[in-house]
Design a protein around this ligand. Sequence first.
Ligand SMILES: NC(=O)C1=CN([C@@H]2O[C@H](COP(=O)(O)OP(=O)(O)OC[C@H]3O[C@@H](n4cnc5c(N)ncnc54)[C@H](OP(=O)(O)O)[C@@H]3O)[C@@H](O)[C@H]2O)C=CC1
Ligand SMILES: CC(C)(CO)C(=O)C(=O)O
Length: 290
Amino acid sequence: MTVMVFGAGALGSLIGALILKSGQDVVFIARGEQYRVLKERGLKISGLMDEEFEVEVYDRPVDADLVFLTVKAYDTEKAAELLRDVSFDGICSLQNGVGNEDILSGYFSAVVGGVTTYGANLKEPGHVVYAGEGMTFLGDWKGNAAHNFADVMEKAGMNVEVVGDIGKRIWEKAAINAVINPLTAICRVRNGKIVEIPQIWTIAKKIAGECEAILGRMGFHVDVENVARDVALRTSENRSSMLQDVEKGKRTEVEFINGAFVRKGRELGIDAIYNEMMVNLVRGMELGMD
Ligand SMILES: NC(=O)C1=CN([C@@H]2O[C@H](COP(=O)(O)OP(=O)(O)OC[C@H]3O[C@@H](n4cnc5c(N)ncnc54)[C@H](OP(=O)(O)O)[C@@H]3O)[C@@H](O)[C@H]2O)C=CC1
Ligand SMILES: CC(C)(CO)C(=O)C(=O)O
């Protein structure tokens, strides 16, 4: 059994390292400087684990049995096109945002949706910090492969559960990210500050209200304001992934987070003007970067 990790950045390298450490075969797909360093020097994981791994790494996909997809959401379509040329039995997205599984379902017959709270940061090429042990929920989106992916993760000692409501969980996580991520990125603050600073929290509540109305109409009843508040406070010292992207001058996943609520709101006839404002402001920042 060979497991491919397509997108060996922060999360993919961590997941791949944990699977490799358990004695299972892993191939890593990377690009650019990350590919070069992984090939020449291997992978270093620090933080909750302190180990170095020699890794089998390629700059294009190869045949495998199972594929974990860990590219950013805006790279999913391109990854699917590349993966079409190789053979594997199932693909599992561990990405944030909405829409990845639908894109993959247009290409492949066994697609698994995933939501994970494991935390990883890329310190420098080839060096990933394992920042938080979390939980991963997997669910079949198309076909029947979730249990195969869960077996691999379980063997690797990871916390994982196969669930029947992965769609709801993906949207729920997207709602939490829709409230916290753009505001932390625009205001350049850590997560906890969006609750502490009343001027920011006022806007957060508007975004949460729109997300809750949309999720409610979809049959997903979530108290978005309170859940997002709890997550922001529990992760109060975190710099959100969107803030980190903006600070590094990288593109963000805002179109797959707040943008997903704007599109779903339009479809359902529900206003999502605060989410739309977040998309425009964050995209504006991205496009204005030198
Ligand atoms: N990091 C975390 O703790 C968590 C992340 N997530 C989600 O997981 C996903 C990945 O996040 P993260 O690991 O932080 O992001 P990273 O940018 O660190 O990792 C993605 C990696 O995929 C690479 N990549 C993209 N396209 C290709 C390609 N065609 N061929 C080879 N490599 C490719 C990227 O290269 P390049 O840098 O050149 O673009 C990058 O190295 C996101 O959706 C994120 O929201 C979810 C939970 C936790
Ligand atoms: C939950 C949260 C907001 C934690 O920082 C996150 O998922 C992110 O930063 O993308």
